[in-house]
Design a protein around this ligand. Structure first.
Ligand SMILES: Cc1cc2nc3c(=O)[nH]c(=O)nc-3n(C[C@H](O)[C@H](O)[C@H](O)COP(=O)(O)O)c2cc1C
Length: 353
């Protein structure tokens, strides 16, 4: 059987097993949309604070009663001047062509998770993901993200709260969790955390097998994924050090995980999804030509501009542009020019050379 295969996460059926990971600062709805076009089967918003979400529902566009008004082309927030609102809304709204997406929440208090999840129905997410892996100090100091792994019962309570909210307000969409291997090398407890989440109702576990202490450095330990697959009854998605189609193939083969999630490997390289599918199904893949990269940059920029305005989009695009031109001949010169680009037309001229 091909390593490219469907995945069932609770009631959610996905046609394939190549996912886009949540990556703060990158996976907004414009980028998720590009990845969906390039073959990502499922994607995740970046982590969103549960508490911030229900305290600022207007910022996220959630006070709008009619669900239709949140569709990508007609969101009233796209017309509003308030850039902060537009940016926040842009993070959690479904992207154009994004058939299946999950909203990722973080929060140490299960009540916050419940309240936030309960107001998400206008956005119609296909799943809710609970972040139990973020290593960032401002998240862990409040007991959220990877700090939840220090007390797995917190994970259980958060999942239970999300499952309850999903049942009551979101039509029972699946709740999933994303964890690390543990807090540090002396407290590797992914198996216990995952089982606690499953017992509380989680329908999938994503494991990024680094410890919090490793942050994003060193190597991820894929043997933890292999081990977890053998222990729990729900699909396991693997994350960590996936930079090429071959990496994804190797992870699927070696660990037996149900799906893989590209993170840094997809930044500026949305083609990795179709390339990986091609490798898994035919044994070969083609690099994306420069013209495909530049077309993706412009599509990305135009989608972003439609949501957050041209100038903000052009500024935001600078870091994405660095990712798109990494390793491209002449990329350094292009990046130098893009540092000053403030309009879509300027980007177009830079790319045209
Ligand atoms: C800049 C950055 C931001 C990230 N933001 C999130 C996030 O919001 N939520 C999350 O669960 N993981 C986040 N991650 C972790 C990734 O989803 C992924 O698990 C991790 O980068 C390992 O995959 P990789 O080694 O292939 O990049 C982030 C990673 C990076 C590098």
């Amino acid at each position: 059987m091909s390593l490219y295969r469907p995945v069932k996460i609770g009631s959610l059926e996905l046609p394939g097993n190549l996912f886009l990971a949540p990556v703060a600062g990158y996976t907004d709805n414009a980028f998720r949309s590009i990845c969906a076009q390039e073959g990502a089967c499922f994607s995740f918003t970046e982590l969103v604070s549960a508490e911030a979400l229900y305290r600022n529902i207007e910022r996220y566009g959630l006070s709008v009663p009619q669900t239709d008004s949140l569709s990508p082309s007609s969101s009233p927030l796209c017309d509003k001047k308030n850039k902060a609102n537009q940016a926040a809304n842009n993070l959690i709204r479904r992207g154009e062509n994004e058939k299946r997406y999950a909203i990722q929440l973080f929060g140490a208090q299960s009540e916050s998770i419940y309240k936030a999840a309960s107001i998400l129905s206008p956005l119609k997410p296909d799943a809710l993901d609970i972040n139990c892996g973020c290593p960032v100090p401002k998240v862990v100091k409040n007991g959220a993200g990877s700090a939840m792994m220090k007390d797995p019962s917190c994970i259980g309570k958060a999942v239970e709260a999300a499952v309850r909210a999903s049942r009551e307000s979101l039509g029972g969409i699946p709740v999933t969790v994303k964890i690390r291997s543990g807090w540090d090398s002396s407290s590797i407890n992914y198996a216990q955390c995952a089982q606690t989440a499953v017992d509380a109702g989680a329908a999938m576990v994503t494991l990024h097998p680094r410890t919090r202490a490793q942050n994003y450095g060193g190597r991820s330990d894929w043997t933890h994924i292999t081990d977890l697959v053998s222990r729990i009854k729900v699909p396991v998605t693997g994350s960590g050090d996936l930079y090429t189609p071959e990496d994804a193939q190797k992870m699927l083969k070696e660990t037996g995980c149900a799906a893989i999630m590209f993170a840094r490997g997809a930044m500026g390289n949305p083609f990795i999804f179709s390339q990986t599918r091609s490798l898994l199904e035919t044994g070969a893949w083609q690099p994306a030509p420069f013209s495909a990269r530049t077309a993706a940059v412009m599509r990305h920029l135009e989608t972003l501009a439609a949501c957050i305005g041209e100038r903000t989009a052009c500024l935001e695009m600078r870091k994405q542009f660095c990712a798109y031109t990494k390793g491209v001949p002449g990329g350094a010169a292009l990046r130098k020019k893009a540092v000053h680009a403030e309009t879509i037309e300027e980007y177009r001229r830079i790319i045209a050379g």
